[in-house]
Structure formats: structure tokens, C-alpha cells
Design a protein around this ligand. Structure first.
Ligand code: AMP
Length: 209
């Protein structure tokens, strides 16, 4: 079972993907995490990727596809993949469908001002990538519960960068949502309630089959 989670920035894709990963024994493929790990390498590619993501710009379709193709091919012992962060362009949607069959495309719809608050309050564990939020979660001494390391704020989680990422979403990713809607593949979930409420709504769609 392969699932795409599609949503505006900071809508909670990563959090939902973490929960679905455990619920269904899926592999959580976050393209943001893949790119952040590339950006940590001290290479010309690492520097280029860091500049793009720190400023809220998309990397090229070709690069992201090349990076995830290897990942998809190397996976075994999983019931499928949750795609978190891809496709972000129509071109990526078309390239993805050439390499893998998608069972569900789940669109998490959220108001811009709520997403902005989530972005600004987001903190991430640099070791296990677990996502926290200073407004919604209990956080002890700014440390990850699993790894006991200091949580970090992403470079692109500022108000200005969030606004830019949201504009990029409107220009490049909204057409992808319409693309799946026209194919009757889109399941729209209002991102209202706790993360558990939203997880339950997603699971009821999946469990219905
Ligand atoms: P995310 O963690 O999903 O918010 O992604 C963080 C950043 O990584 C985005 O703002 C983009 O700069 C980059 N990125 C993630 N996924 C993609 C993608 N599918 N295509 C292009 N750029 C991406």
C-alpha cells in the first residue's frame, strides 16, 4: 500500500506520516528529511541544496526523483511507502507514477494562519527526526524524548520563509491537488482537531479500502 500525503507547508504531513508508519508498517519517505541530510554534507551539491531549502525554494524535479528512486528500490520488509513531501509539482507526480503504483492520495487541508503557527512553533530532533511543537506538545528542557538531544528549529521555519513556501505551494503544488482530483484519486481531510483525530480520519479512509 503506497500513500501520498499532500498539504501546505507545516500542515502536519510529517506527524501524520510518523503515525501511519507505525499503524501499517509502512516506510516513511520524507523528501524534506532526505534533502536535509544531503544539505549536511560538505560538498557542492550539499551547499546548493542547503541554500535552496533554507530559502524555501524547491530543488529540481530531476534531483529529487534521482534521490528517491534509489531509496524506493532499496526498500524491502515494508508493507509500502508513505510519501511525505512529494510530489510537489505536476512533473514529479507524472515521474512518480512511472515508477510506483499509488493507492491513496490524502490531502490535508489547513488554514494558512494555523499552518504558519505550526511552522514557527516546530522543533525537530536532529537524530531521529521526530517532530515537536512548542505550542501543542509538552517538551521537557527542549530535548527529544527518544534521544535526549537538543531539539532544533529549522532555518525555513520563520514567518518570512513560511510565506514564501506557502506561495511556492500555491503556485506549484496546488495544481498537483487538482491533477489528482480530476483523476478521482484525491481524499480530502479537513485538518481540524488533534493529531489523533486526523490520524483516525485517515485510518477510516484506508480501512474502508
Ligand atoms: P518539507 O520538510 O517537506 O517541508 O521540505 C523542506 C524543503 O525541502 C522544501 O521547502 C523544499 O525546499 C525541499 N523539498 C522537499 N520536498 C521536495 C520536492 N518534492 N521537490 C522539491 N523540493 C523539495
Amino acid at each position: 500500500m503506497n500513500i501520498i500525503l499532500i498539504a501546505p507547508p507545516a500542515a502536519g504531513k510529517g506527524t501524520q506520516a510518523e503515525m501511519l508508519e507505525k499503524d501499517y508498517n509502512l516506510y516513511h519517505l520524507s523528501t524534506g528529511d532526505v534533502l536535509r541530510s544531503v544539505s549536511n554534507s560538505d560538498t557542492p551539491l550539499g551547499k546548493k541544496v542547503k541554500e535552496l531549502i533554507d530559502n524555501g525554494n524547491l530543488v529540481s524535479d530531476e534531483l529529487i526523483m534521482e534521490l528517491i528512486k534509489d531509496k524506493i528500490n532499496s526498500l524491502n520488509n515494508t508493507n509500502g511507502i508513505i510519501f511525505d513531501g512529494i510530489p510537489r509539482t505536476i512533473n514529479q507526480a507524472k515521474m512518480l507514477e512511472e515508477i510506483i503504483n499509488i493507492d491513496y492520495v490524502i490531502y490535508l487541508d489547513i488554514e494558512k494562519d494555523i499552518a504558519m503557527k505550526r511552522s514557527i512553533g516546530r522543533r525537530t530532533c536532529p537524530k531521529c527526526n521526530k517532530i515537536y511543537n512548542i505550542y501543542f506538545d509538552e517538551i521537557n528542557d527542549n530535548k527529544c524524548y527518544n534521544c535526549n538531544v537538543e531539539l532544533l528549529k529549522r532555518e525555513d521555519d520563520t514567518e518570512e520563509k513560511f510565506n514564501h513556501r506557502f506561495d511556492t505551494y500555491l503556485n506549484s503544488t496546488l495544481p498537483v491537488i487538482n491533477y489528482y482530483k480530476e483523476q478521482n484519486k484525491l481524499v480530502e481531510i479537513k485538518n481540524i482537531g488533534t493529531k489523533y483525530d486526523i490520524n483516525n480520519k485517515i485510518k477510516s479512509v484506508i480501512n474502508k479500502g
